[in-house]
Write a protein that binds this ligand. Structure first.
Ligand code: 13P
Length: 254
């Protein structure tokens, strides 16, 4: 399975700073990286067009993701960006269901389910985020919590479409805290998720990807990314520093 490293820049960098970081990262990546690892960056919507132009003009080995997509196809929805608009820009991936949007912007499973459908219609790979808050970890109900998020978020998704989705386990307590999940935590939840997804789909082990996010850094990436069950990482803070991001990529043993 080809691993994937996704840099989620969140609400940081304008498009000029984004181009600079993109070029720095590209320059430092191993020459044949795209043969072995998918590298994806998720800048703000306002940077997608300029970064895409640089990538296609200079034939860079990096793909782009949006950080979100509208649940609507088109119409009177001020401020929204549609999956069709992203597809026209040749955007390959989109994050949906990030916990920051779930908690700060009140996105629920139903909204995320609609977003997932819009992306699949446009053949944009969804990066479907899920993960429990600290309370559910502490009172030992995290697997039930995750099961509910996956069951609701995946409602009505065709079995053959399930393999197109990248499942990103991001426990909320590990995001931006420096408190990375333990190897046991990661294995347990990804294993649980894989079993749940395989019961819902025509499961294709060669295609389906299950990744981890939450305080991934060069200090812990080698241990996490070389686990068989981990197909990649969703990196926040460390993706804004080209040295750290490339170190994370290079920690994958090929
Ligand atoms: P950090 O790597 O900063 O913890 O963020 C993780 C994240 O939210 C990626 O989507």
């Amino acid at each position: 399975m080809k691993k994937i490293i996704i840099g989620n820049w969140k609400l940081n960098l304008d498009h000029l700073q984004g181009i600079q970081l993109l070029q720095k990262i590209n320059y430092s990546l191993p020459k044949d990286v795209e043969e072995n690892i998918d590298i994806v960056l998720a800048p703000s919507h306002t940077s997608l067009r300029s970064l895409q132009t640089v990538i296609s003009t200079d034939k860079l080995k990096i793909k782009l993701s949006s950080q979100d997509v509208s649940m609507y196809k088109e119409g009177a929805y001020t401020g929204e960006v549609s999956s069709t608009q992203l597809e026209k820009l040749d955007i390959s991936y989109s994050i949906i269901g990030h916990s920051e949007r779930r908690t700060l912007l009140n996105e629920n499973d139903e909204i995320i389910n609609q977003k997932l459908k819009r992306l699949l219609e446009q053949r944009i790979t969804p990066i479907f985020c899920f993960g429990e808050p600290i309370e559910n970890r502490e009172n030992n109900t995290y697997l039930e919590f995750i099961q509910e998020q996956l069951n609701e978020g995946l409602k009505g998704i065709r079995k053959d479409n399930m393999n197109e989705i990248i499942f990103a386990y991001e426990p909320i307590w590990a995001i931006g805290t420096g408190q990375v999940a333990t190897i046991e935590n990661i294995i347990e939840v990804l294993d649980f998720t894989k079993n749940l997804i395989s019961s819902k789909s025509f499961y294709n082990q060669e295609k389906s990807r299950f990744i981890y996010g939450g305080s991934v850094s060069p200090d812990n990436s080698e241990e996490i990314l070389n686990l068989n069950i981990v197909d990649g990482a969703l990196v926040g803070g460390a993706s804004l520093d080209s040295d750290k991001f490339v170190k994370i990529v290079n920690s994958i043993k090929l």
